[in-house]
Every structure is written in structure tokens, then in C-alpha cells.
Design a protein around this ligand. Sequence first.
Ligand SMILES: *Cc1c(COP(=O)(O)O)cnc(C)c1O
Length: 480
Amino acid sequence: MLDVLRREIEALAPDAAPLEPDSEAREELLALAASHVRGFLEELEDGPANRSWDEVFASPLEPDIAEQPRDPEDVLSYLDRSVVRPGITTASPRFMGYIPGGGLFHSAIGDFLAAASNKYSGFASAAPGAARLENATVAWLARAIGFPESAAGTLTSGGSLANLTAIVTAREARDPDGGGAVYLSRTAHHCIDKALRIAGRARAPRRLIPTDDRHRMRADALAEALERDAAQGVRPWLILASAGTVDTGAVDPLAEIAALAARHGAWFHVDGAYGGLFMLCPEGRAILGGIEQADTAALDPHKTLFLPYGTGAVLARDGQKLFDAFSASADYIQPLGESAVGPSPADLSPELTRHFRALRLWLPLQLAGVAAFRAAQSEKILLARYFHARLAALPGWEVGPAPDLSVVAFRCRPAAGDVDDFNDRLLRHVQQEGRVFLSGTRLDGAPWLRCAILSFRTHLAHIDETIDQLVRAAAALQSE
Ligand SMILES: *Cc1c(COP(=O)(O)O)cnc(C)c1O
């Protein structure tokens, strides 16, 4: 009986062998992957920022999943042709749509190292070095936005989960039974609405605070709303401010809002997914004052620290509040508690098992140095000012407010015809040409274009080229 079982087991091992390539096969795979990455990166500078979808469907090889191994070169070529090339090239220096990130090469190496060793970074007891590195990286983020030593935080998959984690923390700390009111402006990111819903607070009393002519929350209107609620016995729970809105990059008056939150006993959350980490550079610090007084802040290293997608961060000024909202225990988990390396990431996050995210952030900070990040951020802010000033000086163009950070809203004023329709067509035209990628938004109901400058690869020549491209496209459309 046991013999039969042994023979069956032994017969399976050879079939599973393709899961463990030998050292020679590993070297070949690494070399092959490196050559595909090299090809991709070498094309970035001159390649388009947007390619048509046709290439996805033109490829003969379907993304089928087969029983037997395929030739690695075929598989990676398929990826190149049908996945990497079509659509928006977010790694391009001329990608300036939505909120760009970039995709640091150092982070890709960090992901590779983290995945190959598969360290369990959820618990200090499993991987003390990984937990220490993660805590140190989070502590560095906390210091960057001026949070005190008492802060704690966790790395999330992105800004949406960071905002959700913060809102749940605020709920547990200040509104466990519901009934408290929420204050936000129309420029809040849509993930905030989603987070309130997931957190069971979709029906919390909600006050939409008006914005000023630069799309920032009006502190005087917030004060009125808080006083009105106080007079009517409604308890303020949560004030949600933006450190850089997606639309226009506007930064709410954080210091004034912080003072109001303190006066009325409300939790103060700052969505800094786009802008918060500009605290690293002097231009950012000049406008983000007050973020250090937030109770929680959401950040997105996959935007403002140029990481590949998949890394957000949430920080709580009083780290204990995050721990209170998310720690849990079970019989199958070793008792954790405080250790020499600080809290376990799993006690500060809704997640248990997860990728060792810290490495993709820590490695580029080590290999490039923080000064390079500061310089790249300052460069982005100055490029946005430059784009704004150049376009403002060109006849036939209208620009939005001077940029707080690195997003500029603008539109063309054609000599004749409908302005809104023209700008819709202009955006489509530029996107289809594909050389640069811009996106649009609606401001006061009208379509505007936006140039969001946030890739570490974007430099002065790319901005000049973008302006030339816009001017040419507008002229072509007007002569149609
Ligand atoms: C990008 C962004 C989000 C959402 O973050 P994801 O990383 O896309 O989940 C939230 N708020 C602001 C201000 C953002 O810019």
C-alpha cells in the first residue's frame, strides 16, 4: 500500500520539474528578460506615448494557457508585441495624462529580489530584517511629511487603499457607532466616495464645501458648515482635504483646515496621493504646510516617487490609532507584540500575506539617493510653471490657475466655432497622433485639457515638444 503511494508520488516529481529551472536555464531566462527590457527602455525616448489597439488583436498568439511549456522567446515576444506596445506607454517621457508615475528601473530590480527570496514581510517574527526595513522606509515617509515619532503607517497597493485604510482608522477612532458628519469638496478623488461606501459610511451626513477660483476648498465655507452643524447638534467626524487634486493639482489650505479640525474635534485626513510627497522638495514644502498636522495622510510613491504601479502608503500621526483599527490575533499566528524592529506590518494593515513592497521603494532610495528625487520633483514643478507661462504667452490659448504643483489645465480658443467642441477634438487628435499623451477634465462644466508632469524622464525638451505639438494640432484642426 505504502509502496504504491511512494511510486505514484515519485512519478509526479519529474512532471513538476519545469517549475524549477536549473542554473543554466535561469541564466538564459534572465538574459532574455534583460534583453527585452533593454529594447523597451531604448525605444522610450523616441517612441510614441500612445499606440493604437490594433496591435493587441493583430498578434497570432492568443494569451492561451497551455499544459506544456512554451518557448520563452515566443512568450516574451508575444508580451512585447501584444501587451507592452499597444495602449499608453506610461513609462514614456511624453506621457503627461492623468497623474503619471514613471516606473523606476531600480524598483523593478527590487521587485525581482523580493520575489526571488519571497521573504514574509507581514510579521517581524518571520522576517525581522524585512519588517525593520519596511518600518524604516515608512518612518522615512512619515518624516518627509513632517509627522512626529509617534507616527506609524503601512505600504498599500496604491492611493485608493491608502485612503480606505485611513478612513477606517478614522471611523474606529472617532465614529464607531456612526452619525458623524463628513466634510469634503467636489474635487475630492472618486476613491474617497468609494472608501466611505466600503467603510459603511456612504450615508453619513455629507457636506460639500465650495471651492475658490483656484479649485481649493474654501476654509471660510468649511468653518460655516462646522458651526452650522455644531448649532444643530451634528457631530463633525471627518474632514477630507486634498494635497494636490487630480483635476488641476490644487492644494487645499491645509493649515487653516487643520486649525478648524482641531477646534471642532474632527479627524483631519489629507489625500496626498498625488501631491503629498512633494514635501521632499522646497517648492512643494512652500505650499503643503499643514499636512504635518493631519491625523492621517494617504500618499502614492507610485506617483510622486516615480515607482512602478503598486505602491501607496497610509500614515497616521498617532500610530496607535492605526494599530487599534487593524491589529488582530489568531491561534495559528505566533504572538507578536512589540519587538526590537517595531510593529509587524500585518498589525497596521487590512492585509496579511503580501508582496515585500518596501524593497521597491527602499532600493531606489539607496541606489539613486534622496537628492536625486528632490531634484526631479523640483524640476517637475518648474516645468509646470514653464509650460503654463509659455502657453499663456501664446495667442489663442487660455490657461487655468498658475500651478500649485505640476498639473496645468489649459484650452485652445479657436478663432471660430464652438470652444468646447474644438477642445474635445483637439484632445482626441493629440491622443491619436500618439507622440505625447495628455488627458482632459471638465472645469465648471466645460472641457479642458491637462498637462500633468510627473515622470522622472520628462525634461525641458519634452515640454517644448509638447507645446509645438499642441500648436501644430490646433492649426491643423482650424484649417480643416
Ligand atoms: C491617484 C490618486 C488617488 C488614487 O490612487 P490610486 O493609487 O490610483 O489607487 C487618490 N487621490 C488622489 C488625489 C490621486 O491623485
